[in-house]
Design a binder for this molecule. Sequence first.
Ligand code: GRF
Length: 205
Amino acid sequence: MPNRFQVAVLVSGSGSNLQAIIDASADPSYAAEVCVVIADRPGIRALQRAGDAGIPTAVVPWSLGREPATARVCATADRFGANALVLAGFSRILAPEAIARFPTRIVNVHPSLLPAFPATIHAVREAIEHGVKVTGVTVHFVTEDVDAGPIIAQEAVCVAPGDTVATLHARMQEVEHRLYPAVVHALGRGRLRTEGRTVVWREEA
Ligand code: GRF
């Protein structure tokens, strides 16, 4: 389906959020299409998912160094015609070049209600250890400060007595798999306008 908003999805792991976006894009009315999946390591489930869906893949090892690796990610995304970068369980911090090349066109999903528990890959465990009663999912624009960009969408998830990292994360991922494709669709429709720190959702035309 040509003319749809093209997204490069960046992954490091299982790729269940990637899968949710791929599944959403099967609907022709969905605004976005995954043009390439870029991983920081080979052999991960996310790359299998991309392959199964017939989506091109690339591996950019972070052993290159952050700046050279970021440059290669941007060049790969450009080569496949990406309009935006969608970070979906991507465990690396992009160098400033990426933010300059894709201004307000990089989004991330984080498993906490930011600004709580930022800049960690253990946000779910830290929330349980802190004893919070409510945590949740945040989708935000990526800026140079890690997990501190303007918030696009959030949804709360209650912590149940006896929750483990696995049980709580599983409920949070159900939310992610609904929320993240919805944000990517809105981005593709040009509905997200940033006013300072506030992201305003325009009405769908
Ligand atoms: C998600 O929980 C996301 O919030 C976090 O990493 C996890 C990635 O999961 N950034 P998956 O690879 O999409 O299954």
